[in-house]
Design a protein. Structure first.
Length: 257
């Protein structure tokens, strides 16, 4: 290499190094928007999710994904319970965000709808048939990298709206102590019945379960295995029924109860 070539190469190399370092630093920085301030951080979500997953949820005892969205549907945090990215179903990352988006999108300050409550209504002939097609997932957002950041504080979903409607257990609206609807949590990685139980326990650990009213048992957004707002049992009915009976009560007295 000539002296002239070397002189030209050094500035280019330095520029490339600085640009690379800048991009790496940007990618590693959590980007949760201001609207997420009242919602759980990545650490809080993961801690609550891990604690909820350890309970007997009548599922396959698998590691889980969890996601939190703000009232706008913007993702605030994504986490998993395993030691590494491959310890839980990779496909459940997007499903957890989809469940959170759904529970938020179809809950109101006075009425919470769990994703499990939507199952029967969206079947052919049901009153909400076709709802699951109404807010499609944006695949460019759902699958963007870097994959190594999935489930970390800088998960590429954070700060974005992925969309999607999911109609089986695992998505619950989040209500603060004063009754404000703040957003929702979505959980995926096991049977849909276990997903609901783990989401319920996660919300309870986060103390964001001041639920005003719902269409499920107890007048809240509990999963139902009978009635108009039911979803099917997943593995063993008697065990899943027992899990529901053992879930903690919501913190707010349901409206009209």
């Amino acid at each position: 290499m000539s002296v002239r070539t070397l002189k030209l190469a050094i500035p280019v190399a330095v520029t490339t190094l600085v640009l690379s370092a800048s991009l790496t630093a940007h990618a590693a920085k959590p980007v949760a928007p201001t609207e997420c301030a009242a919602l759980p951080t990545h650490t809080q979500l993961r801690d609550a999710l891990v604690a909820a997953r350890k309970a007997d949820n009548a599922g396959f005892n698998l590691d889980m994904w969890g996601a939190v969205v703000a009232r706008s549907g913007t993702v605030c945090a994504v986490a998993f319970t395993g030691k590494g990215l491959g310890d839980q179903w990779p496909g459940s990352r997007a499903i957890s965000a989809q469940k959170a988006y759904t529970a938020n999108a179809f809950s109101l300050p006075g009425l919470a709808l769990a994703t499990a409550n939507l199952y029967s209504a969206v079947q052919p002939g049901g009153s909400l048939f076709g709802l699951q097609e109404s807010n499609p997932v944006n695949p460019a957002v759902a699958l963007q990298g870097p994959v190594a950041a999935w489930g970390q504080p800088n998960d590429p979903l954070v700060g974005q709206r992925m969309g999607g409607v999911n109609v089986f257990g695992g998505g619950l609206a989040l209500y603060g102590e004063q009754g404000a609807l703040l957003g929702a949590v979505g959980v995926s990685g096991d049977s849909s019945c276990a997903d609901h139980a783990i989401a319920w326990r996660t919300r309870n650990h986060l103390k964001l379960d001041y639920v005003p009213s719902g269409v499920g048992p107890g007048g809240v957004d509990q999963i139902a295995y009978q009635g108009d707002w039911k979803q099917p049992h997943c593995i063993k009915a008697e065990l899943e029924d027992a899990v529901v009976r053992g879930l903690p009560a919501t913190r707010a007295k349901p409206v009209g109860r």
